[in-house]
Design a protein around this ligand. Structure first.
Ligand SMILES: C[S@@+](CC[C@H](N)C(=O)[O-])C[C@H]1O[C@@H](n2cnc3c(N)ncnc32)[C@H](O)[C@@H]1O
Length: 209
């Protein structure tokens, strides 16, 4: 019961606060500002990307957690963009094959329970000329001690942060799901605890299966 209270009434506020770390906000703007038209954002969270879409008409805001989406209300209300909340999981997307121009994931691929199934769904719904825009914290590939700690602490992190894995190799998962990269780089985000500091910034396209 206490854990349920934490998940519904405390965690959404912690998430909303932590995800506004200034170095992350800067990268959000960089990721989404060039996007035009319609966007499917998976794990919309508290709507922190919304102010940075400059050329977007409609955002399909896929967010399974109603308590988290409730904290997006003011941002949605203040935005000129049409935002349609879709309460569903990325593992089963309510969209037709090859129907979406842009998909955005910022710090969501870490939390999805069945990542291969979700990436398969992203591949299915993305148009052949569409782009998947990704900003995620990832597993260290060059620092064995931190990688070891990420593996050790992931079970605890999953409990504290609603399923978040510290140790996912997102680049590899995307390649395995038949995505190729137009842009890809790693950076260490200022103001983030070392264990979750390594970030992947990428724009991917789907490769035919
Ligand atoms: C760390 S938060 C990031 C929120 C937001 N993307 C941001 O940038 O602030 C992870 C988000 O993924 C959502 N999530 C968890 N499992 C999911 C799933 N299977 N499909 C879609 N979203 C999911 C959570 O509810 C949460 O809003």
């Amino acid at each position: 019961m206490l854990y349920r209270f934490y998940q519904q009434h405390i965690f959404p506020h912690v998430l909303n606060h932590v995800m506004q770390t200034p170095s992350l906000i800067q990268q959000r703007e960089r990721l989404v500002a060039p996007i035009r038209g319609q966007v499917l954002e998976i794990g919309f969270g508290t709507g922190l990307n919304l102010p940075f879409y400059q050329q977007v008409d409609t955002v399909y805001a896929l967010e399974p957690n109603a308590a988290v989406y409730a904290l997006a209300a003011n941002r949605v209300h203040e935005s000129a963009i049409a935002v349609q909340h879709i309460q569903a999981r990325a593992e089963k997307l309510p969209f037709a094959d090859n129907s979406i121009d842009h998909i955005v994931s910022t710090w969501t691929l870490c939390s999805i329970e069945n990542l291969p199934q979700a990436l398969n769904e992203l591949h299915r719904v993305l148009k052949p000329a569409g782009t998947l825009h990704v900003l995620e914290h990832v597993q260290y590939h060059d620092q064995p001690q931190l990688k070891y700690l990420q593996n050790l602490l992931t079970p605890l992190q999953k409990r504290l942060a609603d399923g978040c894995h510290l140790n996912r190799n997102i680049e590899q998962a995307l390649k395995q799901a038949h995505f190729g990269f137009n842009e890809l780089h790693y950076f260490d985000a200022a103001g983030v605890v070392k264990i979750a500091r390594r970030m992947l910034f990428a724009r991917a396209v789907k490769i035919a299966k």
